[in-house]
Design a binder for this molecule. Structure first.
Ligand code: PBG
Length: 322
């Protein structure tokens, strides 16, 4: 008898029955870029379809996303050079536009899950995620700044804090300060395995946050390594993370699976800017079908073991499946 696996593909209905992985708008977090000012919605050239919003236009955009079923948002601020310094002091200034905007979002939409970013780069005149001295990124001295930043964000009402800096020990350090300060309900989604990647290029354009010297290889992981992801996953679990994130997603599907197989925490994956822009650029040229590529990419990330996907496709996906 010839074995015929094609029988399970013979009709849409049968294919639906045997479909193993499903994707939902509820799995997605939409990363958004915030700028100071009013009535702004400025296109990010390297990310077609993505804008930098001022708080008023961002609130309307969030509202329209919520109508499509999106319930989680991750807001990243773009700061002008004039507000950057070596110690990222703007990051915990309670009057800074980022913290004010986070407050406003939670006030207008208390039901959304609001995530924030913790790292020095948007506020640092050196453009690095940590404190720089004599050309070196200092680990332990950075922790205090990250913790102050986290506390200010928790105080603004964010639901999930996202340390994206890759300093050692930061999850535990931040958890302890949050707990001591009464923010026991504020979650941490740790950027657990964040690789030194070429795929962050368009994001750094969007935020004007490229490092002023060198690269991020002394803190972000080497794309050649997977064992290290297990070390990072173990530490973040012990230190109290609520989610473990892998970033980027597509070149690291094996890492998503590795963490999912080894740790009981929910795994998140960041489908980063360069992964988004590659699809947009080739679709604009008519070389691939945007919607089919988007669906296949998001599904592959879910199939690999991510429960949560941060993706610039969130709104487009939600509109498509509506
Ligand atoms: C910075 C940060 C980066 C991203 C999220 N947080 C860039 C970097 O590490 O240089 C990248 C996101 C993307 O490319 O979509 N702390």
């Amino acid at each position: 008898m010839l074995r015929r696996p094609r029988r399970n593909r013979k009709s849409e209905a049968v294919r639906n029955l045997v479909e193993e992985t499903s994707l939902s708008v509820k799995d997605l977090i939409f990363p958004m870029f915030l700028v100071d000012g009013v009535k702004k919605s400025v296109a990010v050239d390297s990310m077609p379809g993505i804008y930098r919003y001022s708080i008023d236009t961002m609130l309307r955009e969030i509202e329209s996303c919520m109508k499509l079923g999106i319930q989680a948002f991750d807001v990243f601020p773009a700061y002008p050079d004039s507000l950057k310094d070596t110690i990222a002091s703007e990051s915990y200034n309670p009057e800074t536009f980022y913290l004010k905007a986070l407050r406003e979002i939670k006030k207008e939409f208390p039901e959304v899950c609001l995530m924030s970013d913790v790292a020095m780069d948007p506020y640092s005149s050196d453009g690095h995620d940590g404190l720089v001295k004599n050309g070196k990124i200092l680990n332990d001295e950075t922790l205090e700044i990250l913790a102050r930043m986290s506390l200010a964000q928790a105080d603004a009402g964010v639901d999930i804090i996202g340390p994206s800096d890759m300093m050692d020990g930061r999850v535990g350090y931040i958890r302890e300060l949050l707990d001591e300060s009464g923010f026991t309900d504020t979650s941490i989604m740790s950027y657990t395995a964040k690789y030194a990647s070429a795929f962050y290029g368009p994001f750094r354009d969007a935020l004007d946050s490229a490092p002023k010297f060198g690269d991020k290889k002394t803190y972000q992981m080497n794309p050649a390594n997977s064992q290290e992801a297990l070390i990072e996953g173990g530490l973040d679990t012990e230190e109290g993370a609520d989610f473990l994130m892998v970033k980027p997603a597509l070149s690291y599907l094996d890492i998503i699976k590795l963490l999912n197989d080894n740790f009981p925490l929910p795994i998140a994956a960041y489908n980063v800017s360069g992964e988004y822009s590659m699809v947009k650029a080739s679709a604009e040229k008519g070389w691939i079908d945007n919607d089919r590529a988007m669906l296949e990419i998001l599904l592959s990330i879910k199939r690999a073991g991510a429960k949560v996907i941060l993706t610039y496709f969130a709104k487009e996906y939600a509109s498509l499946v509506k």
